[in-house]
Design a protein around this ligand. Structure first.
Ligand code: FNR
Length: 422
C-alpha cells in the first residue's frame, strides 16, 4: 500500500488535528513543522521550535550534517534493507528513539501516551521526560514497546527516588540522566510570547497574550478537554501532590545533577543508566567510569548553552574516547533519514529525535508521530539503497567522504583523516 494512503487511513482524529487530505503532503519533517505551526498557539510552537539565545547551536545541529557527504557503492542491488539495531540489549526495528521531550501534553491531548504508542507501533523505544503531563503508569499501560524514564532532580532526591521506584516497578528498561540542565537555557521566544505573565498570578498581565490561544480554537478545545494546564504527574511533592507548571523553572535551578548524584542514582536504579548531554570525550569517559551503559551526545537540541558545537561534530571525539566501553547515541538536528545514516557512519549506534516527532505530535497526535517515524524510515531505506548498503549494521566511515578539519577522528588509517591532514 502506498505510504500516503496508509497514513490517510490511520489518521482520523477528533482532537483538532488537521484534515487527512493535508497530511498526504507531509513529505518531510519540515512539512510536519508547518502543520504544527498552523495548529498550535505561537507560544507552544515556539517552545518546541526555539533554542537558546542566538540559536547558533540550534542551527548548527542541522547544518553540520551538510558537511558530511556520502561515498556510495553503485551498481549494487539491495532488494531489502535491514534497519534493525540493538540498544542496551533491546532489538529496535529502526535506529531512531523518541527523545525525552517535556510538556508534550500541551502539544496534543495525552501527548506522552500517544507518542509512546506510536513509538511502540514502529518497533522502537520512547523516553518519557520527568517533565511530562501523563503518569508514567498510564504511559506504560498504553505502550507495548521499550520505555525509558528521563530523570531530573526537580523536587530533590526524595521526589526523584519515588519516581525511580515507580519507573522500576512499571518495567521501564533504562534511566536517562540529563546532565546539561543546571539552569534552564535562555529561550527568548518563550519570554517574548509571554510565558512569565501567562504562568503568573496577575490576570491583567495575561490579557495581552490570550489572543494567540483564541486564534487556535481546535488546539484550545483539545487543551480544555484534556484538563487545561498540565501538572507534572511524575514529580510528586510529599504533602502537595504533582508539581504545578508555574513552579518548575525555579525547581530546576535547585536540581543541578552532579557526578555525586549520579553515584546515588546508580544505587537507586538497578537497570541500565544512560547519561544524556555529553559533549566532550572527557565527560563521556567520566560517565562510563561512573557506570553508565550508554551516553547521548546531546546539546539538548540547542536549548541550553548556545555556542556549543553541533553534536555531529563532537561525535567522533566521544566515540574515540569511550573506545567501545559504552554505547554512543546522538541527538540534535535530525530531520532526514540521511542524517541518521551520517550519524551512524560516524559512530553512533542509534539516534534520538526530539523536534522531528514533536512536530508530528503537534500536527496530528499519534498519527502525526507515526508519520514522522515513517518519513524517517522511508528516507533511511532509500539512503541505504542509494549507498549500496544492505543494513544499518554495515554503515561505517567508508560510506562518508568529506569531513572538514574541525572533526576529530580516531583512526590514522581512515580516509577521512587524510582529508583532515591536508
Ligand atoms: C527537549 N529536550 C529535553 N531533554 C530532556 O532530557 N528532558 C526534557 O524534558 C526535554 N524537554 C524538551 C522539550 C522540547 C520541546 C524539546 C524540543 C527538547 C531535549 C531533547 O531530549 C533532545 O535532546 C533534543 O530535542 C534533540 O534535538 P532535536 O532532535 O530536537 O533537534
Amino acid at each position: 500500500m502506498d505510504t500516503n494512503v496508509r497514513f490517510r487511513n490511520a489518521h482520523a482524529d477528533a482532537n483538532g488535528a488537521a484534515g487527512a487530505g493535508r497530511f498526504t503532503h507531509a513529505l518531510n519533517i519540515e512539512d510536519l513543522r508547518q502543520l504544527a505551526k498552523r495548529r498550535l498557539p505561537r507560544i507552544v510552537f515556539d517552545y518546541i521550535d526555539g533554542g537558546a539565545e542566538f540559536e547558533l547551536t540550534l542551527r548548527e545541529n542541522s547544518r553540520a550534517f551538510d558537511d558530511v557527504t556520502f561515498r556510495p557503492r553503485n551498481a549494487v542491488a539491495i532488494p531489502v534493507c535491514d534497519l534493525r539495531t540493538t540498544v542496551l540489549g533491546a532489538e529496535l526495528e529502526l535506529p531512531v528513539i523518541l527523545a525525552p521531550v517535556g510538556s508534550t501534553r500541551l502539544f496534543y491531548p495525552r501527548g506522552e501516551i500517544v507518542a509512546a504508542r506510536a513509538a511502540a507501533q514502529a518497533g522502537t523505544a520512547y523516553a518519557l521526560s520527568t517533565l511530562s503531563g501523563c503518569r508514567l503508569e498510564e504511559v506504560k499501560a498504553a505502550s507495548s514497546g521499550p520505555l525509558w524514564y528521563q530523570l531530573y532532580l526537580v523536587g530533590g532526591r526524595d521526589v526523584a527516588a519515588e519516581a525511580i521506584n515507580r519507573a522500576q516497578n512499571e518495567g521501564f528498561s533504562a534511566l536517562v540522566v540529563t546532565i546539561d540542565t543546571p539552569v534552564s537555557g535562555f529561550r527568548e521566544r518563550d519570554f517574548r510570547n509571554g510565558i512569565k505573565s501567562l504562568l503568573g498570578r496577575n490576570i491583567l498581565k495575561t490579557l495581552p497574550h490570550l489572543g494567540q490561544f483564541i486564534m487556535k480554537p481546535r488546539w484550545l478545545a483539545g487543551f480544555l478537554r484534556d484538563g487545561g494546564l498540565m501538572k507534572f504527574a511524575n514529580v510528586v511533592v510529599p504533602g502537595e501532590g504533582p508539581m504545578s507548571y508555574a513552579d518548575v523553572s525555579v525547581a530546576l535551578e535547585k536540581a543541578v545533577i552532579t557526578w555525586d548524584d549520579l553515584r546515588w542514582i546508580r544505587e537507586e536504579w538497578k537497570g541500565p543508566l544512560v547519561v544524556k548531554g555529553v559533549l566532550t570525550g572527557d565527560d563521556a569517559r567520566r560517565a562510563a567510569d561512573e557506570g553508565a551503559r550508554a551516553v547521548v551526545v546531546s546539546n539538548h537540541g540547542g536549548r541550553q548553552l548556545d555556542g556549543v558545537p553541533a553534536t555531529l561534530q563532537v561525535l567522533p571525539e566521544v566515540v574515540e574516547a569511550v573506545n567501545g566501553q559504552v554505547e554512543v547515541l546522538l541527538d540534535g538536528g535530525i530531520r532526514r533519514g540521511s542524517d541518521i545514516a551520517k550519524a551512524i557512519c560516524l559512530g553512533a549506534r542509534a539516534v534520538l529525535i526530539g523536534r522531528a516527532y514533536a512536530y508530528g505530535l503537534a500536527a496530528a497526535g499519534q498519527a502525526g508521530v507515526s508519520r514522522s517515524l515513517e518519513i524517517l524510515k522511508d528516507d533511511l531505506i532509500r539512503t541505504l539503497k542509494l549507498l549500496g548498503c544492505a543494513s544499518v549494521a554495515e554503515l561505517g566511515r567508508s560510506y562518508v567522504g568529506v569531513v572538514p578539519r574541525q572533526y576529530s577522528l580516531a583512526s590514522q588509517n581512515d580516509p577521512i583523516n587524510i582529508v583532515q591532514e591536508r
